[in-house]
Design a protein. Structure first.
Lengths: 312, 205
């Protein structure tokens, strides 16, 4: 961080993260104990709790990971306000247990999945992905999750299922940002079925080996690393298989600025700003944005023959 | 020293430096957030607009209070708006673009929000350059004509803000409403309204 000047604090005086996180966990634990005493909630589901049995995966990067603090305090999650620090400030009111995800639409096996059963649906793995926001900044985030295809396979989509729609929680009592009409709530996102089946697309339940913090889309969110960040819907309550292309929240809000695909593409600018470069959070100089956010080798074949200037 | 401390201009100067001091304090304590360059860009931009609106408030305040001496503070407010505009531009030029002049030229031509922001910034330069007493005397009546550019500059500044936000227009609309009010107070009916309010205030006293 070039803007951090040298100061008088010795490295030895800085509390190491293991210790302060431990303190926080202790405080959280006390809070959770108190809450569970009155509400009967399982005390092992809060952000900061280590997820058990997380496997490493082949999906990793040489890039330096963005620090936990930046990943959890600099967020776009309009359900909690439009400022970057609003989600971290306001997401405490989100209740992530009990939580269910309804799988419905053009599927042979619709169902309502409890979050705890989703956590055991498939082995959890760590996926270190680049995340490129449409605003021109990026991070490198170690997610914990499982392939979205695992859930899709269990749902057994019918021949009519061409697209998958993801719907986020709509509850202004828990999500104060929804009291304003900045977007049409609930937040809706969508993928083509073949995109959703791609091994890179995951449902994430954790971050840095721990339970996903609320501001990052707890308890379960989509992560599609070759698309702009807003495609990765947070706090999902409904996954619907449909025949027609879903109308996403951002397409509804500004159709000339946000297309259905929203693949990271340095050659297609946002109508108001360039997408050629990005600022990696924590770095000073901007770096070139990579086609499909650097995942072209894996995903380019999904878009063969498509005019990506038009289908942005 | 005592004379300086009794001079309101000294205090106004100090207050106008607070936004910059805040950035330094936040910078030294690592509190500028995950994206410090964005934070500095937004902060200096916001304070440029505040400075412009404060400058535009002087005349309506004079009419409202009848205190003609308020004009003595207008130059300083205007120059501070210019100061923060230059910091804003330098942040873009140096921290954001790192002197990528080709990229900046492309931005100015292709991005309407940068086009209007850059125009507003450039138009401030002749106003700052002609802010001295000597220049006022030299330009005479033309000085006032030239300095009416500030209405255009403040409008371009608000448009710059409106066009750059992704979706939430709340903040730019607050600045826009304040600007429209300040400009309306300069129209004949606005002046009449100010006059009426002032008469009420005087009667109430």
């Amino acid at each position: 961080m070039p803007l951090r000047p040298s100061c008088d604090i010795l490295p030895s005086e800085i509390t190491p993260p293991e210790i302060y996180r431990e303190r926080r966990r202790f405080m959280l634990g006390m809070g959770v104990l108190a809450a569970s005493a009155t509400l009967g909630v399982a005390p092992d589901v809060q952000a900061g709790t280590r997820l058990a049995g997380v496997r490493s995966s082949a999906y990793t990067l040489g890039d330096e990971k963005t620090p936990y603090k930046a990943v959890t305090t600099y967020n776009n999650f309009y359900e909690f306000g439009t400022g970057k620090s609003d989600p971290a400030d306001n997401a405490g009111s989100l209740i992530t247990r009990p939580w269910t995800v309804t799988v419905e639409g053009e599927v042979g096996k619709p169902g309502v999945y409890d979050i705890d059963s989703l956590l055991k649906l498939a082995p959890l793995e760590e996926r270190i992905y680049r995340m490129r926001c449409v605003e021109g900044w990026s991070m490198v985030i170690p997610w914990v999750g499982f392939p979205l295809s695992e859930l899709i396979r269990r749902a057994a989509p019918t021949g009519k299922a061409k697209y998958v729609e993801f719907v986020s929680l709509n509850d202004p009592r828990q999500m104060p940002g929804q009291r304003s009409g900045v977007l049409d709530w609930p937040y809706v996102e969508g993928l083509r079925l073949d995109e959703a089946m791609h091994p890179l697309a995951i449902l994430a339940v954790g971050l840095y080996g721990e339970v996903l913090p609320n501001q990052n889309g707890a308890p379960i969110r989509l992560v599609v690393p070759w698309k702009y960040g807003f495609k990765s819907a947070k706090s999902i309550v409904r996954i619907r298989f449909v025949e027609k292309q879903p109308l996403t929240a951002w397409m509804r809000a500004a159709p000339q600025e946000y297309g259905f695909y929203s693949n990271v593409n340095p050659q297609v600018d946002h109508p108001r700003w360039s997408q050629a470069k990005e600022r990696r959070i924590g770095e000073f100089l901007k770096r070139d944005t990579l086609m499909f956010n650097g995942y072209g080798a894996q995903v380019a074949q999904l878009y063969r023959g498509m005019d990506l200037q038009r289908l942005f | 020293m005592g004379a300086i401390l009794r001079n309101p201009k000294f205090w106004l100067f100090a207050v106008c430096l607070l936004p910059l001091a805040r950035l330094f304090v936040l910078g030294f304590t690592d509190e500028l957030g995950a994206n410090p360059i964005e934070f500095i860009t937004h902060s200096t931009g916001t304070w440029t607009l505040v400075g412009l609106l404060a400058t535009l408030s002087v005349t309506p305040l004079r009419r409202l209070t009848g205190r003609a001496d308020l004009i003595r503070y207008r130059r300083m407010l205007g120059l501070f708006a210019f100061f923060y505009a230059m910091l804003h531009f330098m942040t873009y030029l140096w921290l954001d673009q790192f002197f990528d002049l080709a990229g900046i030229a492309k931005d100015i031509v292709k991005r309407p929000f940068i086009t209007v922001g850059f125009a507003a910034c450039a138009l401030l330069i002749p106003l700052a350059a002609t802010s001295t007493h000597a220049m006022m005397r030299r330009l005479g009546r033309r000085w006032q004509q030239l300095h009416r550019l500030v209405y255009l500059i403040a409008s371009l500044g608000v448009i710059h803000y409106l066009w750059l936000v992704k979706k939430d227009l709340t903040q730019p609309l607050i600045f826009g409403t304040a600007l429209i009010l300040l400009l309306a107070m300069r129209l004949p009916w606005g002046q009449n309204a100010l006059h009426a309010v002032r008469n009420r205030l005087v009667l109430a006293r």
